[in-house]
Write a protein that binds this ligand. Structure first.
Ligand SMILES: [Zn+2]
Length: 285
């Protein structure tokens, strides 16, 4: 599943490609979207702004409507010049937005909804900017309070709750715990507010570092190897712990561990030495 950094970069690219030029065509395989287009045609409108909110991508049209999409596992947005060959079969096209220069195609996008400003503000599934680790409107103090409210849960799980902290996915979860020295299976109630604050700061820093202009598609948290030389078949090469089971910790040499975590059984990686379990947190690890 794409993490917040991927959606952020996609939103930025879509905004640059579509922004400022009148829309010349709109198509979708979703009846609700085609009905919206029948009611108020998108052709002639412009895309005012494209933003990411955690794992949601919001496209704001000049007519006041907002298209909210979520990629889940397999969805993606592509940008093509007119006449350019698509990289996925047309049968996977769900949404198509055309301008005089570029065509944006949403392939296999499983969730697509039209919103008004009001429905967007009320929809609890779509994070407000204050919860998004990549937003300049992020509210750190409120985020600390939201994390601490999940005292009975393991921190590795809580970091994935998009309503607590939007934009952190499974790779960043393990990486954030490592750089903060926190055991991912530690209960939130065993952490201090300072530790939670440090975890949140690390999340903002690591996810933020992956949306810089020269960031590639691959997540990088460990700078010991340059991104450009990283081999695609070794996803852990530019990471501290994720996908590095049994390999030596980059800081202390202990062997990295892996275990599934939480109700969704997501894989979690950590260093048993750099991330000790605090007293009172009685989990084998
Ligand atoms: Zn270590």
């Amino acid at each position: 599943m794409p993490e917040g950094d991927t959606i952020f970069r996609t939103a930025r690219a879509l905004g640059r490609a579509l922004g400022g030029r009148p829309i010349t065509g709109f198509r979708s395989t979703y009846p609700k979207l085609t009905r919206a287009n029948d009611d108020v045609p998108f052709a002639g409108q412009t895309v005012d702004r494209v933003e990411s909110r955690g794992k949601w991508l919001l496209m704001h049209f000049s007519g006041g409507a907002t298209l909210a999409t979520h990629m889940l596992m397999n969805g993606s947005w592509h940008i093509y010049r007119r006449g350019e060959r698509w990289q996925q079969p047309g049968v996977h096209m769900r949404i198509l937005i055309e301008t005089s220069e570029y065509i944006a195609v949403g392939f296999r996008v499983p969730v697509a909804e039209m919103h008004t400003a009001r429905s967007l503000a009320r929809d609890a599934r779509i994070p407000q900017p204050a919860k998004d680790v990549l937003s300049s409107a992020f509210d750190g103090a409120a985020a600390v309070r939201r994390v601490l409210a999940h005292g009975d849960e393991e921190i590795g799980d809580v970091l994935l709750h998009q309503e607590v902290l939007a934009g952190v996915g499974n790779v960043f979860k393990s990486e954030v715990c490592f750089v903060t020295g926190v055991h991912p299976f530690c209960k939130v109630s065993a952490l201090t507010a300072d530790q939670v604050q440090a975890l949140i700061a690390a999340a903002r820093k690591l996810v933020g570092a992956n949306v810089l202009e020269d960031s590639g598609d691959e997540i990088v948290t460990y700078g010991g190897r340059k991104r450009r030389t990283t081999h695609a078949s070794d996803p852990g090469a530019s990471l501290w712990v994720y996908s590095r089971t049994g390999e030596p910790c980059r800081r202390c040499g202990a062997l990295i561990r892996r275990r599934v975590q939480g109700p969704d059984t997501r894989v979690t990686f950590w260093c048993p030495c750099c991330q000790p379990m605090p007293d009172g947190c009685n989990v084998d690890g």
